[in-house]
Structure formats: C-alpha cells, structure tokens
Ligand binder design. Structure first.
Ligand code: ZN
Length: 177
C-alpha cells in the first residue's frame, strides 16, 4: 500500500518505538535533482528505526525512484530505476562525549552515516531522502547500447557557441562604428 511519507521524523521517538514506515514521496517535491535529471513518479521509500545492542539509535532507509535524464553518449532521453539504501546512526548533538564514543567504536567494521540531532529535534525526511537520491545518481548516465552522437567515440562535446550570440556581438561591433 502506498501511503504518503511524513515530512518530519523525531528519530529518538522513532527508535524508542521501533518505527517502521513504508510509503511514497511525490516526485514534484525533489527540486535539487540537477536538470535535465528528473524524478518521474512518486519515490517509494522504507524506513526502520531502532536501538541496537549498544544502545545506539539506528535508522535504515531504502528508496527506489523512476528517473529520466539525457544519455551522455547519444544525448537521447534515458530512463532507469534508481535505488539507494543506507543505515544512519543518530547522535545527540548535545552529548559532549560523542567524539570519544565514536573513537571507541572506530574498530567496528560497519560504516554508518552519522546524523546529529538534539533530543526532540525533528529530521526532515524529505531532505534525507533527496540527499540519498543525489548521492546515488550516476555521474554520466548512458544507454547500455547506443551510438555516440556525431559518430565519434569522444565524450559528448560542449554545446557549440550560440550562432545568434555571435551574430549579436558582430552587430554590436558594427553599431560602435
Ligand atoms: Zn544513449
């Protein structure tokens, strides 16, 4: 079932109650995806909060988004399904011992993304999910099989100078005479 994700989350409360969420975020809410990248459909997301055996607050986040972009080889539209998953550790921003605790755990083999938040502070799920989507995006999205534009194997060229801009510059110069 697709229920809208809440905008904000109290990570401390969520961990205490073992919150599990599954839902969607409207595609139009993602404004930081660089053009011509686009989120085409509501993003499916799952979130699970809890406290681990060491008393640390953990949030597992998973998301899946239908994306479109421009292929960096043939420059035609390209669509794909982007997934991302990450575990966050939430630390109390007012806890003076946070750093020494972190050092004490340096030997553990699992890497978590650390979020600091004050007790009772709300996290923006929208921002968290958009951050993860941005991090997961490919650097240069391409079709698996397509022909490069202009029949070369070079990376796509930068846009040629706008011929009208060149004309306008010429005209300006003429007007100065
Ligand atoms: Zn292509």
């Amino acid at each position: 079932m697709s229920v809208p994700f809440p905008d904000k989350l109290d990570p401390w409360r969520a961990a205490r109650t073992g919150l599990c969420l599954e839902g969607v975020l409207a595609a139009r809410e993602f404004t930081r995806i660089p053009a011509p990248g686009q989120v085409l459909a509501p993003v499916r997301a799952r979130l699970k909060a809890g406290v681990d055996g060491n008393g640390l607050v953990r949030i597992d986040l998973w998301l899946e988004a239908e994306m479109s972009w421009q292929c960096q080889r043939c420059l035609n539209p390209l669509g794909w399904t982007q997934t991302a998953a990450r575990t966050f550790e939430v630390r109390d921003s007012q806890d003076q011992h946070t750093d020494s605790q972190a050092l004490g755990r340096a030997g553990t083999d699992v890497e978590y993304e650390v979020i600091t938040a004050a007790r009772g502070e709300l996290l923006s799920l929208q921002d968290l999910i958009e951050d993860e989507l941005l991090l997961a995006l490919p650097f240069a999205p391409m079709h698996e099989n397509c022909k490069p534009i202009l029949g070369t194997t070079d990376a796509p060229r930068l846009k040629p100078d706008n011929p009208f801009a060149a004309l306008a510059a010429l005209q300006d110069r003429n007007n100065l005479k």
